[in-house]
Design a protein around this ligand. Structure first.
Ligand code: SF4
Length: 371
């Protein structure tokens, strides 16, 4: 479970293969003079059995197991810290091979009688930092450092899964970063996760959350992976959304709604609209009516998310400081939407006490320049 690279004595020369898809592994083996089927065997050992050393590949000839570290290395992240919330949420700090850090969050939900959660959801990061500058998000303050590789994305799942006796049932791309800005690496990780040989997670249990990059939404619809799509809406007018989410300038609401319709038509997956409530900004009766009109065109649900104040709670250009409404107002808002036949979920604040809730992820070492 530990160790960035079990074959570190040759890591600098050997090509890292952790994060390659099945097809890429098969081709890599052929290029290295090995039979194509060795790629399939390595795929199984790396992603299903989670090996950290080629000597663990039980059905490979001993001579090959000895030779593999000369050709390939297995570089994946390392968990360096774990924090536990009083509600059972666990936040993990992972160190990457270039010494930068990311965070992943494991969220239990719906406890059964024996106390074990029915659903266990892992929230993974896709970038170090994020360039999109949403005004309510702590990750935005880090700016973008770099995209994560497929191995660093899948590695979050593999490492956290090893730390828990229960199977992770759901995975959401809702951690640090905008997944559609790292499209090909995220989709490679999805292909590894959903492959039958991996024993990972089915597409129906994977959700990608986007700030609304419509080119990526349409591309994902065309490629047919059929994972679920969540869109951060957070405002019912372009004027407010532009202030909260600068990306709205490039992708205004009407285009975003059309892209969501396109995604639904192609995949038949209902859309989830994420809506953080801010007191006095987006919680009026007019907002309720507009929200209903915007979301009724396709089967969808609205996730109402409590806002978790961050350091920059009065961002430049905002008419009011960002602040959550009272619990009573949040419930009333949800109820009014239900009366208008909108499917509404009131999300809990899982992990708030350890800064693991929505919009709170930001690696402080990186912010202060020490990583
Ligand atoms: S909310 Fe998401 S897209 Fe917006 S800045 Fe934060 S991580 Fe980036």
């Amino acid at each position: 479970m530990n160790g960035v690279d079990a074959t570190s004595h040759t890591a600098s020369e050997a090509r890292n293969i952790f994060g390659l898809t099945l097809e890429e592994l098969q081709q890599t083996c052929v290029d290295a003079g090995l039979p194509r089927f060795r790629g399939e065997q390595l795929f199984y050992w790396m992603y299903n059995r989670g090996i950290t050393d080629f000597s663990e590949c039980g059905n490979l000839p001993k001579a090959l197991r000895t030779a593999l570290p000369e050709m390939f290395s297995l570089q994946h992240p390392q968990i360096v810290r774990e924090q536990k919330s009083e509600d059972g949420t666990r936040k993990f700090l992972l160190r990457l091979t270039d010494k930068r850090h990311i965070e992943s969050v494991l969220i239990p939900a719906e406890s059964e009688e024996n106390g074990r959660p029915k659903r266990l959801t892992l929230c993974v990061s896709t970038q170090i930092g994020c360039p999109l500058d949403c005004k309510f998000c702590a990750t935005a303050s880090m700016k973008l450092k770099r995209n994560l590789t497929p191995g660093e994305i899948f590695g979050q799942y593999m490492l956290v899964q090893r730390l828990t006796t229960q199977h992770i049932t759901n995975l959401v791309f809702m951690g640090m970063g905008e997944p559609l800005l790292n499209y090909s690496n995220v989709m490679r990780a999805v292909d590894i996760l959903t492959h039958e040989k991996t024993g990972g997670i089915a597409a129906i249990h994977i959700t990608l959350s986007t700030a609304g990059l419509i080119d990526g939404i349409r591309r994902m619809a065309d490629e047919g992976r059929r994972i679920k799509l969540a869109i951060s809406l957070h405002a019912t007018t372009d004027a407010l959304r532009l202030k909260l989410m600068p990306i709205n300038k490039k992708y205004p609401l009407s285009d975003l709604i059309s892209a969501a319709e396109y995604y639904y038509r192609k995949t038949r997956r209902p859309i989830t609209w994420e809506y953080i409530l801010f007191e006095g900004l987006n919680d009026s009766e007019d907002d309720i009516r507009r929200l209903q009109r915007l979301t009724r065109r396709i089967p969808s649900k609205v996730n109402i998310i409590p806002f978790h104040p961050i350091d920059t709670a009065f961002p430049e250009g905002m008419p009011l400081a960002l602040f959550p409404p009272s619990r009573a107002r949040i419930e009333e808002f949800a109820q009014r939407l239900r009366e208008m036949h909108v499917t509404v979920m009131l999300r809990s604040s899982s992990g708030k006490d350890i800064d693991a809730a929505c919009g709170q992820l930001a690696v402080r070492q990186i912010q202060s320049g020490s990583a």
